[in-house]
Design a binder for this molecule. Structure first.
Ligand code: ADP
Ligand code: ZN
Ligand code: MG
Length: 477
């Protein structure tokens, strides 16, 4: 039997607020354990939570950017469970009435049609603490710095059909959140985490099959690999006539396998209840419209604008908008006077390649946008050839000097003086009458021979385009 996979993703995104969701403690990462804590986030008796307005604002931003309906009223709920990383023994979250409902996101896997993926809901909640297990000792430690750090959970509809689509959805969502400046999108560090639900069903069947939930993936590729493994595992069970068990499975990236959690570990009844310490959250239209007015241009819109405004290919525009920093860099190169297409070529191939080779992020590029524009302008003006430009570029990557200074220092100026090149050509023609005759008789391949002679005499500094034109002109074409 042929099966199709059905995938739905739950993403937890850590919000980039300075303080926690219900108290004034700092959210800064990396502080000594239990230094960013107070009676509220430690769950002491008698304290009251006070909602951080920025958390709501950031979530509205995300909701609008993913086409959700922002709810005029949403409700805080307590999710009850016992675990040492949760000092109150409940997590404040939203349950039946979350802040955002019914959104969508368009995704595209390379070489396939665009697909629209539904977003069921977005809600806000607080993070739990962190347990640190010491393998050398029979004790564990707990760090409550993370307790109360704001999270946003985004739940997709089961609309994804392949691991590649799941990867595309996650990357698109990450890009949007990073553009919105509400989350840093770092999967390795856990500020953007994903649980993946997957089931199989016979092709053509509408009803969903039994799903497994995969946890513990810490990269986009990890999510794709975990899904590929799980789809193979479920297919093997179904092919043998067996039944898939509904369960939570932990991905082990080193073994490339997932393992089911023991029944007890995942048996849960959270006994959700409205939190009596927090009023229902009321968001009026004026607030929503204020947030909407402040939304930045999103990756998809930016991509379309680069194609329309600068005549870039879809591919180049896609590469350039893959991160906001890169897109901003590119636009700054153009704003500094470089032609759009040449700028796109230099950024997408030379700059990205050189940065990769040095293990640098675009945010740490040694060449400023103005610096790169300066180099491109020298080529456009014919001062240096494309080949010389590569040499200058390599030198610029080592830091410091601008293109003009390097060109001067190396004596790289290109010979674009028509008179000078013409007299040089006349000498070459006089010394090679047989070649001239053959060229005029139709042997156009000799063009390369003449250009080569000029390059030899100018030590490679002649403007090749101009030399071509002059040869054609002088030899009567
Ligand atoms: P749970 O009650 O286990 O939390 P939900 O209905 O809340 O399940 O869905 C959680 C996530 O799992 C959502 O992203 C949803 O799209 C996805 N999902 C639900 N049912 C299935 C299924 N049968 N196969 C694949 N994904 C599913
Ligand atoms: Zn606190
Ligand atoms: Mg659920």
């Amino acid at each position: 039997m042929e099966y199709e996979a059905v995938i739905g993703l739950e993403v937890h995104a850590q919000l980039l607020t300075e303080s926690k969701i219900f108290c004034g403690c700092s959210t800064k990462f990396g502080a000594p354990p239990n230094t960013h804590v107070c009676p509220v986030c430690l769950g002491m008796p008698g304290v009251l939570p006070v909602l951080n307005q920025r958390v709501v604002e950031f979530t509205i931003r995300a909701g609008l950017a993913t086409n959700c309906a922002v709810q005029p009223k949403s409700v805080w709920a307590r999710k009850n469970y016992f675990y040492p990383d949760l000092p109150k023994d409940y997590q404040i979250s939203q349950y039946e009435l979350p802040i955002c409902l019914d959104g969508w996101l368009d995704i595209q896997v390379e070489g396939q049609e665009k697909r629209r993926i539904g977003i069921t809901r977005i809600h806000m909640e607080e993070d739990a603490g962190k347990l640190i297990h010491d393998p050398a000792q029979p004790v564990s430690y707990v760090d409550y710095n993370r307790t109360g750090v704001p999270l946003m959970e985004l739940v997709s509809e089961p609309d994804l059909r392949t691991p590649a689509e799941a990867g595309a959805y996650l990357r698109a969502l990450r890009d949007i959140l990073v553009y919105l400046e509400v989350c840093d999108g770092n999967m390795e560090e856990g500020s953007f985490r994903c649980d993946a639900n997957v089931s199989l069903r016979p092709v053509g069947q509408v009803e969903l099959g039994t799903k497994a939930e995969l946890k513990n993936m810490n990269s986009f590729r990890g999510v794709e690999r975990a899904l590929e493994y799980e789809i193979r595992r479920q297919r093997a069970i179904l092919d043998e006539g067996g039944k898939v068990k509904q369960e939570t499975r932990l991905w082990d990236p080193d073994q490339g396998k997932s393992f089911g959690m023991r029944g007890k570990e995942e048996a849960h009844d959270y006994r959700y209840m409205p939190d009596p310490d927090l009023l229902p959250l009321v968001v009026d239209d004026a607030w929503v419209e204020r947030v909407r007015a402040g939304l930045p241009e999103l990756p998809e819109a930016k991509r379309r604008r680069l194609v329309a405004e600068h005549g870039l290919s879809d591919y180049d525009a896609g590469v350039l908008t893959s991160s906001k920093v890169l897109a901003d860099y590119y636009e700054a190169v153009v704003a500094a006077g470089a032609p759009a297409k040449a700028a796109a070529n230099w950024v997408t191939s030379d700059l990205i390649g050189a940065l990769k080779a040095q293990g640098l992020e675009i945010s740490h590029t040694p060449i400023s946008p103005e610096g790169l524009a300066g180099l491109i302008k020298l080529i456009e003006a014919g001062t240096i050839s494309g080949k010389m430009a590569k040499e200058v570029f390599a030198e610029m990557m080592t830091g410091g000097q601008d293109a003009e200074a390097i060109v001067k220092k190396k004596g790289l100026t290109q010979v674009s003086d028509e008179g000078e090149l013409e007299s040089l050509l006349q000498e070459i023609f006089a010394a090679n009458p047989a070649e001239v005759e053959a060229f005029q008789g139709g042997k156009k391949k000799l063009m390369g021979f003449f250009v080569g002679q000029v390059m030899q005499k100018t030590k490679g500094q002649a403007n090749p385009k101009l030399v071509n034109q002059l040869i054609n002109k002088l030899l009567g074409n």
